[in-house]
Design a protein around this ligand. Structure first.
Ligand SMILES: NC(=O)c1ccc[n+]([C@@H]2O[C@H](COP(=O)([O-])OP(=O)(O)OC[C@H]3O[C@@H](n4cnc5c(N)ncnc54)[C@H](OP(=O)(O)O)[C@@H]3O)[C@@H](O)[C@H]2O)c1
Length: 320
């Protein structure tokens, strides 16, 4: 099979499109013929091995342990192991794996769900990581509830476009913050008010703020919250090569016990229940991925360069 691999950490220059043996399923494994994959910040953090903390989290200190990049996918089950009963060859699925920038990938049943019928492969591949993040930030950390006043910072990005829709599905009043070019997009996703950060600042009185952009101080974010409001720090690319965005989470962690507001970080997880929850929202037409651009497998380096500029409209996908 063809796959995008890397044998050392670095910029997109380390990526190569080469032939590899097709994966074989173990007893509980599922091999998927990948039809589409998606690019998210996790992909280039693993490519670069930055922040360095990533390397210490089991991904390989000197070089990446798993050479094939790509996490999200949608595709067709190609082969299943002897213990797998829930899926069979020919099923259309979406989910996560280690190495979706390839023609075939090996995954397990707990990381898979049937592809929502109303989505094509590209749209379905755009969902898992970014939508897990939005869902877990809003529901699990933020305890979002009907009539909560919610602010999504970075509302036109990969996580933000899902977050706006999911917060609306939970019955919240949702405001979004984005750059000029995405104001119409964010409004079309259901946001009640949209703030263009190049022209205006957002107001206050928010029960819940999700910050995916990471370029505002904790002090200014706390001012925009109600006295018992919740801030969920989802991302941001600052704080250098050692700990990266984790620095803000640590500052929030230290400050948290001394204030009435909740200041929380998030490490999203991939799991079957949330994949099913997202599928249900999609089938109910409450959640639809936004695709900015689509690239071929050979164009993965270009796709990563574009997405890592941090201004894609929704998601960047790879068609395999
Ligand atoms: N905690 C977790 O488990 C987890 C999981 C997934 C991702 N993340 C992190 O979450 C972050 C966002 O991921 P993503 O996929 O959504 O990235 P993305 O698609 O690049 O989106 C980033 C967004 O930030 C916005 N932005 C930039 N400057 C801004 C400003 N001054 N004010 C408001 N918004 C601004 C951009 O909007 P404009 O284009 O309009 O400028 C863009 O839409 C990344 O740092 C990623 O690593 C964390």
């Amino acid at each position: 099979m063809k796959a995008i691999v890397q044998h050392e950490y670095g910029t997109t220059e380390v990526l190569e499109l080469i032939e590899l043996p097709d994966p074989e399923p173990g007893p509980d494994g599922v091999v998927v013929r990948i039809r589409a994959a998606a690019v998210d910040p996790g992909v280039w953090h693993l490519m670069e091995g930055t922040p360095y903390l990533v390397r210490l989290m089991g991904f390989g200190v000197r070089r990446p342990k798993a050479p094939v990049r790509g996490l999200d996918f949608a595709g067709v089950v190609h082969a299943v192991g002897g213990d797998v009963t829930r899926f069979q060859p020919g099923d259309e699925v979406f989910g996560t794996c280690q190495g979706s920038f390839a023609e075939y990938a090996l995954t397990t049943v707990d990381k898979l769900a049937r592809k929502p019928g109303r989505l094509g492969f590209e749209e379905a591949a755009a969902v898992p990581i970014s939508a897990f993040t939005a869902l877990q930030a809003l529901r699990d950390k933020g305890k979002v509830a009907p009539r909560h006043k919610v602010l999504i910072i970075g509302a036109g990005g990969g996580v933000g476009t899902f977050a706006v829709q999911i917060a609306k599905a939970f019955g919240a009043t949702v405001d979004g913050v984005c750059g000029t070019g995405k104001v119409d997009l964010v409004r079309s996703l259901g946001a009640d008010r949209v703030f263009d950060y190049t022209r205006e600042d957002f107001g206050g009185g928010y029960d819940l703020i999700l910050d995916t952009a990471g370029n505002r101080s904790l002090t200014s974010l706390r001012k925009a919250l109600t006295p018992r409001g919740t801030l969920v720090i989802v991302g941001g690319e600052g704080d250098g090569r050692w700990i990266g965005p984790v620095g803000r989470n640590l500052r929030a962690l230290f400050l948290g016990p001394f204030v009435k507001q909740k200041l929380l970080g998030l490490f999203s997880t991939e799991n079957q229940d949330d994949l099913q929850a997202l599928r249900a929202l999609i089938e109910a037409e409450k959640l639809t991925p936004v695709i900015d651009r689509s690239y071929s497998l050979a164009e993965v380096p270009e796709a990563i360069r574009y997405a890592s500029e941090g201004h894609a409209r929704g998601k960047v996908v790879i068609t395999v």
